[in-house]
Design a binder for this molecule. Structure first.
Ligand code: CMX
Length: 137
C-alpha cells in the first residue's frame, strides 16, 4: 500500500527564518513556497533523495500547526507516506480500525491529495498518506 516516505513535516514559526538552515547549510534543493489555504499553512519543500522536508508555517491562530507550536514549540509535526490510490488506502485503514482525521482526501501542497490519521491511533505520530497528482509533489 505504501510506496515510500514522501515527506517529513516540520512546524516552524517563520519560513523565512527556517529555510536558510536547510537550503544553505544542508544544501538541500529548494522547491519554493506555496500556501495551502484549506490547512491554514504556508509550506516550503526541500528535496532530500526521493523524499522531502516540508516546513510548515501557520497562517492563522486557528491553524493546527499554530496549536501544535503553542503546545510543543517548533519541531517534527508529521510523517507522510506516499500511496498510489488514496481512496483504497483510506478504505483499508478504516477497515483495519485506524481513526482517520480525514475520511475523504483533501488537497495538499503541489497538487497532492492527502488524508491524516489521528495521532491517538498511530502511537502519537501524526501520520499522513498522500497521493501525487499530475504535478510532481
Ligand atoms: N503530532 C502528535 N500529536 C498531536 C499533533 C501532532 N502533530 N497534533 C496534535 N496532537 C495531539 C495533541 O497533543 C493532543 O494530545 P492530548 O489529547 O494528549 O493533549 C491531541 O492530539 C489533540 O490535539 P489538539 O491540540 O486538541 O488539537 P485537535 O484535537 O483540534 O486536532 C488533529 C488534532 C491531529 C486532529 C489536528 O491537528 C489535525 O487535523 N491535524 C491534521 C491537519 C494538519 O496538521 N494540517 C497541517 C499540515 C498541512 C500539510 O501537510 O499540507
Amino acid at each position: 500500500m505504501l510506496t515510500k516516505i514522501n515527506h517529513i513535516g516540520i512546524a516552524v514559526r517563520s519560513l523565512e527564518e527556517s529555510i536558510p538552515f536547510y537550503r544553505d547549510q544542508l544544501a538541500m534543493p529548494f522547491a519554493g513556497i506555496e500556501e495551502v489555504a484549506e490547512q491554514k499553512v504556508r509550506v516550503a519543500m526541500l528535496q532530500v533523495g526521493e523524499s522531502k522536508i516540508e516546513l510548515l508555517e501557520p497562517t492563522s491562530e486557528e491553524s493546527p500547526v499554530a496549536k501544535f507550536i503553542e503546545k510543543n514549540g517548533p519541531g517534527i509535526h508529521h510523517l507522510a507516506y506516499e500511496v498510489e490510490d488514496i481512496e483504497a488506502a483510506i478504505a483499508r485503514l478504516m477497515a483495519e480500525g485506524a481513526r482517520m482525521v480525514d475520511e475523504k482526501p483533501r488537497d495538499g501542497a503541489h497538487g497532492t491529495r492527502i488524508a491524516f490519521i489521528h495521532p491517538k491511533s498511530s502511537n502519537g505520530v501524526l501520520t499522513e498518506i498522500c497521493q501525487c497528482g499530475h504535478i510532481s509533489a
